[in-house]
Design a protein around this ligand. Structure first.
Ligand SMILES: [Fe+2]
Length: 354
């Protein structure tokens, strides 16, 4: 495109003007308007997969480099390639793999971001929430909600590894980050192990119970229980073309998501099934708990295909269409920012082709 002398003069006039107003911390919206308000989401994060075998090797090496106590939390962060150095797996979610060796303790602390764990390896590891211990087995989903004291330990043998997902990037964006260390390694013992699940997880609610915050009073959702329910349901349910069988973890006292800022699901696909193209605004982190298959993220030339097996973790950014194909009966845990978007009236989805 050729520019006329007149338009060059106009351009120079504008640049001179922009330069002057910059000193007043002002900028012209009209220069950025169409980059800010795009017809559809333009997302920075990339679809990506972290293969457990690779991460595990590097994580075990960390045990020689630093103790859990020194590190406070010995975690290798799953950083999206688009967010190198920014501690983010997706725009709103942090994820990492944490290692505890036998006898180690990750000292008690609390913070405002909500956190969850998905246990991926080992036995004998525990999380204590406000003094109530929970022993964690493979596939268990454990929460440490906002501002709850929590510490982790390991009374078994061999490494214990779990995946952390936190809403940290979201809380950072909003501002209210608070963190406090407890003066001792372990928070004083409170209710006996399993108390919250017995009290709130048996289709019973204590008389007079009032939910004190926006999170579930249950902080342990054992995989054995989830799996048993879903195996039974799979026999009695029509399969959803987009989700297979997908169940949400909830606060049983309210029916709301188990955490106020992170939606959590278990999704089951039978062997040989492929989901139809699905697209939504939620940023989602998938972890294969059982089974294997492949996920296709994106359309056409930009499509990425990731083969996955147990414990592999992949990120699907906001508004990325995807299909998942299962080569065996497959269970996947999903953590996403859907509940935040729903609360703000922002969530959208598109089923089928664009
Ligand atoms: Fe923590």
């Amino acid at each position: 495109m050729t520019t006329t002398p007149q338009s060059e003069a106009t351009s120079a006039r504008r640049q001179e003007y922009y330069g002057r107003i910059r000193n007043q911390s002002l900028a012209p919206l009209w220069e950025r308007y169409h980059g800010l308000l795009t017809p559809e989401p333009v997302i920075k994060s990339q679809p990506f997969i972290w293969y457990y075998a690779d991460v595990r090797t590097s994580l075990l090496e960390a045990a020689d480099v630093i103790t859990a106590k020194e590190a406070e939390r010995r975690v290798l962060m799953l950083e999206n390639p688009a967010f190198e150095g920014q501690c983010k797996a997706l725009e709103t979610l942090f994820s990492g793999l944490q290692l505890i060796m036998p006898g180690e303790v990750a000292p008690a602390h609390r913070h405002t971001p909500n956190a969850l764990r998905l246990i991926l390896e080992g036995s004998g590891g525990y999380t204590s929430v406000n003094g109530e211990k929970t022993y964690m087995e493979y596939g268990d989903y454990v929460t440490t909600p906002t501002w709850a004291w929590h510490d982790h330990g390991h009374e078994g043998t061999g490494p214990v590894i779990w995946q952390d997902i936190l809403d940290m990037p979201l809380v950072h964006a909003l501002g209210p980050i608070f963190h406090e260390g407890y003066p001792k390694d372990q928070f004083p013992a409170g209710a006996s192990a399993g108390d919250s699940l017995r009290r709130y997880g048996a289709n019973l609610r204590p008389v007079g119970y009032v939910n004190q915050n926006a999170n579930s009073p249950i902080f342990h959702y054992p995989y054995a229980k989830t799996r048993e329910a879903m195996e039974g349901l799979a026999k009695d349910s029509e399969i959803d073309p987009y989700f297979g069988l997908k169940m949400e973890f909830i606060d049983p006292t309210t029916g709301l998501p188990s955490l106020s800022t992170i939606s959590t699901f278990m999704q089951r696909l039978p062997k040989g099934f492929m989901t139809e193209r699905y697209q939504s605004t939620e940023g989602a982190i998938f972890t294969c708990v059982e089974g294997k298959g492949r996920v296709r993220i994106g359309d056409g030339d930009k499509q990425k295909v990731f083969e996955f097996g147990p414990k592999d973790i992949w990120a699907i950014p906001c508004w990325s269409p995807y299909r998942i194909e299962a080569d065996a009966d497959t269970y996947m845990f999903v953590g996403s920012d859907k509940t935040v978007q729903e609360k703000l009236g922002l969530f959208r989805e598109r089923r089928g082709n664009a």
